[in-house]
Write a protein that binds this ligand. Structure first.
Ligand code: ATP
Length: 197
């Protein structure tokens, strides 16, 4: 059976942290494909236009034969909740679906819409940067989620790549370099569209 990893995010912009954890997880969990799902534009939230964020992800994933992109959330003009996205993807994909998250997201999962149903539908894969999260706090959270929701959460250790889209937007707005933090093609696109100035 095919194994799909879903990597959801705002990707404003996509950076090497996102790509690196996806590649580590793909290999470690022997996934056949990783599908990046950029979020659509939430009605009342100011973010970079979904079409531009989508294009940046598209440029970034083209270099990896195991990576692809889905417009399932970008197409939707309303907020897309992960549980609804997964319900739609289940109909499109023939195989097992895993949802990829970073360790910061692990601690927010209990606030997600219909998280109990989502845990029934998918297994999670969490990229842990060992130096970053205390094992005690992590173990407590995993135990809680497993007991309360029967959650299946796989942990994959990845290197610490301490970058976030927020930092990158700040760097770009100050005219600082983001080389080696964002794929070159994406940097060119950001320049062309004059994003984050
Ligand atoms: P922002 O700074 O705008 O909040 P972000 O860099 O955290 O953005 P998102 O698009 O919100 O990026 O993240 C998508 C997923 O990638 C989340 O699950 C997040 O935990 C994970 N992630 C983001 N940055 C890293 C990183 N440097 N290393 C590992 N995982 C990351």
């Amino acid at each position: 059976m095919k194994k799909y990893g879903i990597m959801g995010g705002t990707f404003n912009p996509i950076h090497l942290g996102h790509l690196m954890i996806s590649e580590y997880i793909r290999e470690d969990m022997q996934l056949n494909e990783i599908i990046f799902v950029p979020t659509g534009n939430p009605p009342h939230k100011k973010t970079t236009d979904a079409e531009l964020r989508y294009r940046m992800v598209e440029l970034a994933v083209e270099e990896n034969q195991y990576f692809s992109i889905s417009d399932i959330e970008v197409r939707n003009s309303d907020i897309s909740y992960t549980v609804d996205t997964i319900t739609k993807l289940e109909k499109e994909l023939d195989g097992k679906i895993y949802f990829i998250i970073g360790s910061d997201t692990l601690f927010q999962l209990k606030t997600w819409k219909k998280i109990d149903l989502l845990f029934e539908k998918v297994e999670f894969i969490c990229a842990i940067r060992p130096e970053y999260v205390s094992t005690q706090i992590l173990d407590l959270e995993l135990k809680y989620l497993k007991q309360k929701y029967k959650a299946e959460i796989h942990i994959v250790e990845t290197p610490l790549y301490e970058i976030s889209s927020t930092d990158l937007r700040n760097r770009i707005s100050k005219g600082k370099s983001v080389k080696y933090l964002i794929p070159d093609k994406v940097i060119d696109y950001i320049k062309e569209k004059e994003l984050y100035k």
